[in-house]
Design a protein around this ligand. Structure first.
Ligand SMILES: *Cc1c(COP(=O)(O)O)cnc(C)c1O
Length: 372
């Protein structure tokens, strides 16, 4: 060999030829779900038409709605005291709807500010009433979760709001907050990724497009005794009571139909204990690669690292841009960090297979060898 062999850019594809997708949201869906949708889209069962073209009061859609709700209850271990709602408006509307319903005129609510979404939730609450900052990690650019010993909790607060996983900054509560008051959780980017303790919560909400389905539906879980405390009267559509236990108006049928399939897929894997173990392995693989050399640098403090959104930087912005571009060429998409923080972000939600993380680690090795 007279010339040194140039490093070949690797190419990665799933068995079916799809690229590996690390998008933060809308995000990758389980492939078996997509294939099932494709198969039954034009003609659902014996209807002679699709599920999208019939009444949401039809027995066929009622079955999908009931199945999705039953699966959520089963996966999370929710008893009869929980309401399961499929709403619209995204997690962002929940930022407003939660305080509209639960922030009393003569009371207050506590907020843990651990990122941009938490800040937005707090802003909407302040717009309506007395919202307090119980703790914030803004002083170090949201790279950590404030230690519970520093939280200034009000035992009379109507609720304590927190964001279990900070999608943009790549941090995650490693354990669920402990408080005397009911927790309200924005779980949009780690919903159903691990087990939770439902008893601590009054309300949990999650936009589906990160970890449970396509965009267009927001899953809201409300414990009945918490629901009963809501302010009255409220505009009909924004009153959670309107949607508890019934379909008040047309739900986002296509999104719920896909969510139901994702939930069945998750149950088939073995539910939350099984997916939690898989998610632990994926995150460990990736953080181990980041930590192996100084070329890659994780941006979240080690004790707060997210198992869903892994954020990291390279020595220069130019290298980061090159990484994103070459990774895309190689079949690894969606790795650009959020526009507000830059760098790289690999979102490795439930539907992201371990092979995707293995491919990314292999690409990171290649890239460092070439440019490090
Ligand atoms: C994506 C995201 C949101 C915003 O969700 P929308 O459905 O776009 O309103 C809110 N909170 C968290 C934690 C998120 O990851």
């Amino acid at each position: 060999m007279t010339q040194p062999e140039a490093l070949q850019t690797p190419v990665y594809r799933t068995a079916s030829g799809r690229v590996y997708n690390f998008s933060a949201g809308p995000a990758v869906l389980p492939e078996p779900v997509l294939l099932e949708v494709k198969e039954e889209l034009p003609v659902y069962r014996n209807l002679g038409t699709s599920i999208l073209e019939i009444s949401h009061r039809s027995p066929e859609y009622a079955e999908i709605d009931a199945s999705a709700k039953a699966l959520l209850r089963k996966l999370l271990g929710l008893g009869e005291e929980w309401h399961v709602l499929f709403l619209q408006g995204g997690a962002s509307l929940q930022f407003h709807q939660v305080p509209l319903n639960f922030l009393p005129k003569d009371g207050s609510a506590d907020y843990l500010i651990t990122g941009a979404w938490a800040q937005k939730a707090y802003k909407e609450a302040k717009f309506l009433g007395n919202a307090r900052v119980a703790a914030s990690s803004e002083d170090r650019n949201f790279s950590y979760i404030p230690d519970p010993s520093t939280w200034e909790l009000d035992p009379k607060a109507a609720y304590l709001h927190f964001t279990s996983n900070n999608t943009i900054y790549g941090t995650q509560f490693q354990t669920e907050p402990e408080a005397e008051v009911p927790l309200v959780c924005d779980a949009s980017s780690d919903f159903l990724s691990r087990r939770i303790t439902p008893e601590r919560y009054g309300l949990i909400y999650a936009g589906a497009q990160k970890n449970v389905g396509p965009a267009g539906v927001t899953v809201v879980l409300i414990r009945d005794d918490f629901l009963q405390r809501r302010n009255q009267p409220l505009p009909t559509m924004l009153d959670y009571g309107t949607h508890a236990g019934k379909l008040f108006n047309t739900p986002p049928v296509f999104a719920v139909y896909i969510v139901e399939k994702v939930l069945r897929w998750l149950e088939g894997l073995g539910g939350l204990p099984a997916i939690e173990a898989i998610n632990d392995r994926k995150a460990a693989l990736l953080y181990e690669r980041i930590d192996r050399t100084d070329f890659y640098r994780g941006t979240a403090e080690p004790g707060a690292r997210s198992k869903m959104n892994v954020t990291f930087r390279l020595p220069t912005e130019e290298l980061e841009q090159r990484f994103v571009a070459e990774a895309k060429q190689a079949g690894l998409i969606g790795l650009k960090g959020h526009r507000s923080v830059g760098g790289l972000r690999a979102s490795i939600y439930n539907a992201c297979p371990i092979e995707a993380v293995e491919a990314l680690v292999s690409f990171m090795d290649y890239f460092e060898q070439r440019y490090g």
